[in-house]
Design a protein around this ligand. Structure first.
Ligand code: GRG
Length: 292
């Protein structure tokens, strides 16, 4: 998917930082290869970009790159585990074989485990020595977003909802946990690292929640409107698994309108931040314009 130049330029240092994280992980070569297969395979890097772009709103603070890398590592672990036969049982991710198809199930589980645990090592190394509360707030933010009340909890809600109809409220709760939590954490970490005041943090949290839901609405749309070639993963899975989605609840046009309205409101949230929010606005636009 083509990204605007401003985001492409921000993505380059993220790729280099992720490579360095792997080099310093101490993983045995076979494990490193499996981790690299999934981590360095051309994801859009939306979560790291959100951390960096939000940090740009503020003049002072801490380096956002370790938090950006940690979130991408946790996102990648979640995709590896989600693709396993015990969960979504998928063969294709980002246009090539999933980690377990390439390296076997045991190695894929361990590559996911390694990415998750190493993410917290990256955070501890980077922020452990800071003498204020910012570092620990960032670790807490990411742990809570990834854990039982966040992404893992959302995955369980998704599992339980498979094959049965659920209400729109329950679907929004599921989305807020499964995909929204990491997106919210990305924005909040950028703000925390920029030492945002409580008012700005609240505005950005609301903006992130809107973006998180818009992201999932578009994901539901792409699942029915796109192809494996464009998506890089198997389309049509929601219907095949009997899942309630924003498309089944609102129809294609209704879901499209909801996604657009959410991003419009998210952009309005960014108004007070002026030109400093240019890259964040570009990411927000991408959330509805994305094709993969
Ligand atoms: C296994 C604990 C555990 C959690 C899995 C996020 C998740 C929970 C599963 C992924 C299933 C899925 C395809 C959800 C739709 C939203 C999503 C996370 C899409 C992939 O994110 P992108 O589009 O991917 O940012 P890239 O490949 O660009 O990184």
């Amino acid at each position: 998917m083509e990204m605007p130049a401003i985001l492409r330029a921000m993505r380059e240092p993220v790729e280099a930082a992720l490579r360095e994280v792997l080099d310093q992980s101490g993983a045995p070569p076979d494990l490193r290869e499996a981790m690299a297969w999934s981590l360095l395979d051309g994801g859009k890097r939306l979560r790291p970009l959100l951390v960096l772009a939000t940090r740009r709103l503020f003049p002072d603070g801490l380096d956002p790159m370790p938090a950006a890398c940690a979130l991408e590592m946790i996102h990648t672990y979640s995709l590896i585990h989600d693709d396993l036969p015990a969960m979504d049982d998928d063969d294709l991710r980002r246009g090539r074989p999933t980690c377990h198809r390439r390296f076997g199930e045991a190695m894929a589980i361990l590559a996911g485990d390694a990415l998750l645990t190493e993410a917290f090592a990256v955070l501890a190394r980077a922020y452990g020595g800071t003498d204020d509360a910012t570092g620990i707030a960032v670790v807490r933010e990411i742990a809570e977003a990834a854990g039982p009340a966040g992404m893992v909890g959302g995955q369980v809600l998704d599992l339980l909802a498979t094959g049965r109809a659920i209400s729109r409220a329950d679907l929004e709760t599921l989305h807020r946990c499964k995909t929204g939590a990491l997106i919210r954490a990305a924005v909040r970490c950028g703000a925390l690292l920029g030492r945002a005041d409580p008012r700005d943090l609240a505005i950005l949290t609301r903006c992130a929640d809107r973006l998180g839901l818009a992201f999932q609405v578009v994901d539901d749309l792409l699942d029915v409107t796109s192809t494996a070639e464009i998506l890089g993963k198997t389309p049509g899975k929601d219907q095949a698994q009997g899942k309630t989605t924003m498309v089944t609840l609102l129809g294609i046009e209704g879901a499209r309108h909801l996604g657009e309205a959410l991003v419009r409101d998210a952009l309005a949230d960014l108004q007070p931040f002026g030109p400093q929010a240019e890259s964040l606005r570009a990411i927000a636009a991408l959330f509805v314009e994305r094709t993969a």
